[in-house]
Ligand binder design. Structure first.
Ligand code: A3P
Length: 311
């Protein structure tokens, strides 16, 4: 079988990126946010899809139940910076067709323009310094999702294996070292989580949440999120959201499990992979773990920003 065309990383204003997230840069930077837009941001693999689905259900499940059955989540909550390859023709390998169909590429900004809902829910992985300025000018609300770095890097590794618009992952130990050095799409995890945390100190419309907290106590985290958003769902509505976004249910849900995204090969690794805290223990060797912890201590100096690698 022919090898898929994978993009290469390059330095983009100090952050490692691939073309699929920078090619539409002018439109992204000139994006006109509306005051009620909500940006769900994270470093990749933090549980963004989980939180996007929660928000979509909290806002729209009563208004339009068909949405959950017929519209894929990535169209309900578009990915701002993506310029993804379009659906390949039948019997065409999606990854191979990336190049050929490049001129008919799908852009996140176009999908956002097509949204008729209010508020518009928008997903992004942009480091804080790259967020289009209109979001700040309009005082938009942000939901930032963070996940401990050990589970993030494991999840990113498997994601890179199955996703044709990411670079080749190589072997696990090289990938882990690259993660520590910030040689990942969207750059350094350490800088990402820290700079969004710092932003929260001066920008009040930002809710910073953790994957581990959500896993540990979904009800409490839903209440915190709703309080930030000014929503007051009934107990019954909250229960519906909880049931719909439970890992096993989301994994079966074709509109939410990313199975409609053609650039992903779920046979290599499913997008809804494990959904657990501490799966890193199945990947890190003892010496990788020691090396990682030492490096982590040097990079993460803020005692207020704490990550849990197990719960
Ligand atoms: P794993 O690869 O560890 O399983 P993102 O949406 O930011 O790309 O994050 C994907 C990660 O979140 C994957 O982690 C995925 O399984 C996990 N995830 C997605 N939905 C989840 C859910 N409902 N409950 C728990 N984890 C979930």
């Amino acid at each position: 079988m022919e090898l898929p065309t994978r993009p290469t990383l390059f330095d983009f204003h100090g952050v490692s990126m691939v073309k699929y997230f920078t090619d539409n840069w002018e439109n992204i930077q000139n994006f006109e946010a509306r005051p009620d837009d909500i940006l769900i941001n994270s470093y990749p693999k933090a549980g963004t899809t989980w939180v996007c689905y929660m928000l979509d259900l909290l806002y729209f499940s009563n208004m339009c139940p068909e949405r959950q059955t017929f519209v894929p989540l990535h169209e309900r909550v578009p990915f701002l910076e993506i310029s993804s390859p379009p659906r390949p023709k039948a019997n065409e390998n999606p990854i191979h067709s990336v190049k050929e169909n490049w001129n008919t590429v799908k852009k996140g900004t176009d999908l956002i323009d097509q949204l008729s809902t209010s508020p518009r829910l928008i997903k992004s992985h942009l480091p804080v310094q790259f967020v289009p300025k209109s979001f700040w000018e309009q005082r938009c609300r942000f939901v930032y999702v963070a996940r401990n770095p050990k589970d993030s890097v494991v999840s990113y590794y498997h994601f890179g294996r199955m996703n044709g618009i990411h670079p080749e992952v190589g072997d696990w130990s090289t990938f882990l070292q690259d993660f520590m050095e910030g040689k990942m799409v969207f750059g350094s995890w350490y800088e990402h989580v820290n700079s969004w945390w710092e932003k929260k100190q001066t920008y009040s419309n930002l809710h910073y949440m953790f994957y581990e907290d959500l896993s540990e106590n979904f009800g409490r985290e839903t209440d915190r999120l709703c309080s930030f958003l000014g929503l007051s769902p009934s107990a019954e509505e909250k229960e519906k959201v909880r049931a719909a976004v439970m890992f096993d249910n989301m994994k079966q849900d074709k509109m939410a499990n990313s199975s409609t995204i053609q650039i992903m090969n779920h046979e290599v690794s499913p997008f809804m992979r494990k959904g657990k805290v501490a799966d890193w223990k199945n990947h890190f060797t003892v010496s990788q773990n020691e090396h990682f912890d030492k490096d982590y201590k040097q990079k993460m100096k803020n005692p207020e920003l704490r990550f849990r690698t197990e719960i």
